[in-house]
Design a protein around this ligand. Structure first.
Ligand SMILES: [Zn+2]
Length: 270
């Protein structure tokens, strides 16, 4: 069943179905825009203590309520003992929800466009008006800061525990007055990035425009011959562009949904 409430015959309330429908569209949009491939994931908070994400599967193939699993924010473990296998990196999501009470949705991506900025001395920073939220330097979290103190821990870069998730969440900076992290996006060394927001639409919007900013920044450096030749946003420009992008975030969502609805690969049965 749906969201593992324990009863096959139980019908979910309409608002819950609408959220699952939106979640599935979101998974498909992330794939359509190359934010995720077979890996990477989206989650959404349901309450202070519970969040939802798909079972262990490629986001492009998520299609029904049976694909959904509910998780405990405190532990990062599934609420139902017989829940299908989940993602090993679900602790990325649980610890971000724990640290930032107003974060409602989280994306984790292995974007090839973004990873180079996690392993070079060049910071990813806003230079495109749709990505002002990136500010003047996106933080880079390094898994080694956690596993280097534990000789028995895997060095595979994955976030496999609450401790690693908490360390990553901390990289997003202090919570602001609204309970959202100071930095909505953080890169993960040699791995990918996380994007956070107060709804699914914005988490996906930030993911897409983070990737596009990375593409633009690298293209501009290529034209200039060096990163020093790129004209980045000032702090004020980044701040104001970020606010404008948030105000206009409702516009692209219907287009993105229409794109994935019209694509044969993606099925949304909810
Ligand atoms: Zn990952």
């Amino acid at each position: 069943m749906a969201t593992n409430s324990g009863s096959k015959s139980h019908r979910l309330p309409d608002d819950e179905l609408a959220l699952i429908r939106k979640y599935i569209h979101g998974c498909h949009i992330l794939h359509y825009y190359n934010i995720v491939d077979a890996y990477g994931h989206l989650s959404v908070r349901l309450s202070e203590s519970v969040f939802m994400m798909s079972r262990y599967m490629a986001p492009a193939l998520v299609s029904s309520t049976d694909d959904m699993v509910l998780y405990d924010v405190e532990t990062g473990e599934a609420l139902q003992k017989d829940a299908p296998k989940g993602f090993s990196e679900r602790f990325i999501h649980s610890e971000i929800y724990k640290a930032y009470p107003k974060v409602q949705s989280v994306v984790h991506s292995h974007s090839l466009e973004v990873v180079p900025f996690s392993i070079s001395s060049t910071p990813l920073r806003a230079c495109f008006h749709m990505a002002g939220f990136l500010g003047t330097a996106v933080p880079v979290w390094d898994a080694a800061t956690v596993y280097r103190d534990d000789p028995l821990a895997s060095n595979d870069m994955l976030v496999r525990s609450t401790g690693m998730g908490a360390s990553l969440a901390k990289a997003l900076g202090p919570a602001d007055a609204e309970g959202l992290p100071k930095y909505p996006v953080a890169l993960m060394r040699g791995h990918g990035f996380v994007a956070t927001a107060n709804n699914i639409e914005m988490a996906i919007s930030k993911s897409i425009y983070t990737m596009q900013n990375a593409q633009i920044q690298r293209a501009a450096a290529g034209l200039s011959g060096s990163m020093e030749g790129v004209r980045f946003f000032s702090e004020r420009e980044a701040h104001d562009a970020g606010l404008t992008a948030i105000a206009g975030a409702a516009k692209p969502w219907p287009l993105w949904v229409a794109e994935v609805k019209g694509h044969a690969l993606y099925k949304n049965c909810v």
